[in-house]
Design a protein around this ligand. Structure first.
Ligand SMILES: [Zn+2]
Length: 351
């Protein structure tokens, strides 16, 4: 039995359309009136966008309803779905805590409230009936000032019980104007011993080799094998894993067709660069992790052996997975033993 790890999933984009729409109907009159019909809402919510920036605007719709009060509601349903439908044993959930704080507070008060948000998310992610290992990645954001982003790094350092790493989100093209600042923030995170990933090399406008030395994993990174294959050697040497989220590139208009990923996988395998296949925004896309796997197989982008290599890599590069092996190898032994015991004890089967 295979159990999976998802290393790249946004809290905002993880709410499936049905859950979000039902939440509007039950709790938000204004949004319920804006979207009276479920299927029209689903169409609006999951349709392809023309750019990464336009796509990211959708996050603000979900962020506006994910508050101190409602986060447990959404996270419970997220964990339940991930356990029941996706066979996840491990999940790293990422978000910008500042955007879950109350908008009417001052910047200072909102920074203070971020700690409460981390705690709420951490507690809500531990659901007794759906056990899996979860951890949080806190995203700095290209729209936030330096003080807030630095406070996000400090929060990651002070809540290692819930937080495993930091990231930069908000569209990779916007990193350019403050590149030095983000390099400093990543240097600071590494100096505190915090693990790092970053949304980079996702689009052609978001490629910053200067930031690469500070990252332990790369959020997306598909433009490295596509446009800068000469960097792959360094990526392999630094043992950086690419977090590839196939459906995203279609929804953001970054790729026209999934087949364009074939060369991404080929070049990475050839260079010895690990890839973890991830969902990014499983709810927003309405595509769960096993379907990401299946799509790549049926479209002949990777084969089964390569898929398994990526699934192994996900556990190897997971920031908070506490074991040496992935769970499949532990379970396989258990299931085979039970099978043999069972069958050797039944005379009928020995005929
Ligand atoms: Zn992402």
């Amino acid at each position: 039995m295979a159990l999976y790890a998802d290393l790249h999933r946004h809290l905002g984009g993880s709410v499936v359309p049905r859950i979000l729409w039902r939440y509007f109907q039950r709790h938000d009159e204004q949004l319920a009136q804006r979207f009276p019909d479920y299927y029209k809402f689903e169409e609006f919510y999951t349709r392809e966008r023309s750019s990464l920036d336009e796509y990211l605007e959708l996050h603000t719709l979900v962020e506006s309803v994910q508050t101190v009060k409602t986060l447990p509601y959404f996270i419970y349903r997220l964990i339940r779905g991930a356990y029941i439908f996706e066979n996840l044993a491990y999940l790293e959930l990422r978000y910008t805590p500042y955007y879950r704080t109350a908008h009417d507070l001052s910047q200072h008060e909102r920074i203070e409230q971020m700690g409460t948000i981390v705690e709420i998310v951490g507690k809500a992610s531990q659901v007794k009936e759906y056990p899996m290992i979860t951890s949080q990645i806190l995203c700095m954001h290209t729209r936030l000032p330096y003080e807030v982003n630095k406070a996000i790094v400090d929060l990651a350092a002070s809540r290692r019980d819930y937080v495993c790493a930091v990231d930069i989100a908000g569209g990779d093209s916007h990193v350019r104007e403050r590149l030095d600042e983000f390099i400093r923030l990543y240097q600071y995170a590494r100096s505190l011993g915090i693990k790092t990933t970053g949304h980079l090399f996702e689009t052609v406008n978001g490629c910053y080799p200067e930031l690469l030395p500070y990252l332990m994993r790369i959020g997306h990174g598909i433009q490295i094998p596509l446009k800068y294959p000469e960097l792959l050697k360094e990526v392999a040497q630094l043992n950086q894993c690419l977090e590839i989220c196939p459906t995203t590139y279609l929804k953001t208009g970054t790729l026209e067709d999934l087949s364009e990923l074939k060369i991404v996988f080929e070049r990475c395998f050839e260079a010895g660069v690990d890839i973890a296949i991830c969902t990014d925004n499983a709810g927003l896309h309405n595509v769960r992790l096993p379907f990401e796997y299946e799509n790549l197989l049926t479209q002949n982008i990777i084969d089964f052996a390569q898929l398994e290599a990526c699934q192994d890599a996900a556990f190897r590069h997971a920031f908070a997975w506490p074991y040496q092996q992935r769970p499949a190898s532990l379970l396989t032994g258990l299931l085979q033993e039970t099978y043999l015991d069972d069958h050797s004890s039944k005379p009928l089967l020995t005929l």
